[in-house]
Design a protein around this ligand. Structure first.
Ligand SMILES: [Zn+2]
Length: 390
């Protein structure tokens, strides 16, 4: 394990040389994705898997000649791009062949990996969770009412993967452990209502545990586990019900990393770890015990927390401010602050926290009420615009 850990430390250290040429952005525009695919096409075959509602091409890339087959898809929720950046990093890494050790070099001899970087291109370019028919594709696994979900199920039937990765972003509201924000979360979904264990769930748990063991060296206490309430309409649950192990990865948020670049790097390293584990896959007993020791996520975080704010002469309350992401005409995202909660918020932590008892703070908005847009903050007579653009 120690020698192996060196590998991940090296990947972490050399990541800027490894990663794909996507910059520190959240919104991945259509020209950017087309440019990447075009660049890759000089070296590697792109498969046109089919089309979205608005007739956009959904592409995949395949690597390796092994017998164990892995399917990875990202951005089935259009406004969740961090893992798309990470899977493009993986694609560029495979193309570069600049592997650090024999374990990695051996990956493509043992595995056959199909990657779909953007499953929901219409949602991705419009920056919406849903597809162009306003359907949440991760609630459409059973009905398969949409071209994108039909396409994914068709790929699963044809390619017959042994293992899947369902890659997402989570909102910035999640706490992992002891007041720490969840930078990453995982789920081995239930396969039926009673949430009982079976071999398929244990396989997913085993791979999650292997990723967790490495990643927690970089981000101790910042990895969470998602609630495993069963929903047959979600892909993870549905595929587990069909005995196909599927790991849900949720790229999260900490600190001021709104471009989620640190998370992207950790997702890439986590994927390498998972692939090495799957190279000679053997499950261990007690995978569930380790898995359940990962803390379950709770919705205890906000972007900006202002404590003890004077809402009247006699009353002070805490104010939680969150960001709404708005796609601009310049293909950037505007993070617009709005008031999300008002009250006694002792149980809430802020990615940024200020105390109005210690500093003179004024929230500049039409009214101090829920959903009100925050134009700026005045702190000790200086005005700070909280809105920003990435
Ligand atoms: Zn999602």
């Amino acid at each position: 394990m120690e020698e192996e850990l060196n590998l991940y430390q090296e990947l972490y250290k050399d990541y800027s040389d490894i990663k794909s040429p996507i910059g520190a952005v959240r919104y991945l525009s259509e020209p950017l994705i087309n440019k990447l695919n075009h660049q890759i096409s000089h070296q590697h075959q792109i498969v046109n898997e089919g089309n979205s509602v608005l007739d956009r091409v959904i592409s995949s890339f395949e690597f390796g000649q092994g017998s164990f087959k892995i399917l990875i898809w990202s951005q089935m929720h259009g406004n969740e791009s961090t893992t798309t950046k990470a899977v493009y990093d993986l694609i560029y890494y495979f193309l570069s062949s600049k592997f650090k050790n024999s374990d990695e070099a051996d990956l493509l001899n043992h595995l056959r990996i199909k990657i779909i970087p953007v499953l929901n291109p219409d949602g991705s370019f419009a920056w919406t969770r849903t597809n162009a028919n306003q359907v949440d594709l991760n609630r459409d696994a059973k009905d398969q009412s949409q071209p994108e979900t039909k396409l994914l199920m068709r790929i699963i039937d044809d390619f017959k993967p042994d293992f899947c990765f369902n890659m997402h972003d989570q909102r910035s509201i999640f706490e992992a452990e002891e007041s720490q924000a969840a930078q990453l979360s995982f789920l081995s979904a239930s396969y039926r209502k009673d949430r009982s264990l079976n071999e398929t769930r244990l396989k997913s748990m085993h791979v999650i545990n292997s990723m967790h063991q490495v990643l927690q060296k970089f981000i101790p206490e910042q990895i969470g586990r998602y609630d495993d309430a069963f929903n047959i309409n979600c892909f993870g649950d549905n595929l587990h019900a069909r005995a196909l192990p599927t790991v849900l990865v949720e790229a999260g948020h900490t600190g001021n990393d709104y471009a989620r670049e640190k998370t992207r790097k950790l997702c890439f390293i986590g994927l390498i770890r998972a692939l090495i584990e799957l190279k000679d896959f053997q499950t261990s007993e007690n995978s569930d015990i380790y898995y359940h020791s990962i803390p379950e996520n709770s919705k205890n975080y906000t972007d900006l927390l202002i404590k003890n704010y004077s809402v009247s002469e006699t009353e002070t309350l805490d104010i939680s401010i969150r960001y709404r992401e708005i796609l601009s005409e310049k293909s950037t995202l505007i993070f617009e602050p709005y008031i999300d909660q008002i009250g006694n918020l002792d149980h809430i932590f802020g990615h940024q926290t200020m105390d109005a008892e210690l500093e003179d703070i004024q929230i500049n908005s039409e009214k101090i009420e829920l959903q009100a847009i925050v134009k700026s903050l005045t702190i000790n007579a200086n005005v700070f615009v909280v809105k920003f653009e990435i």
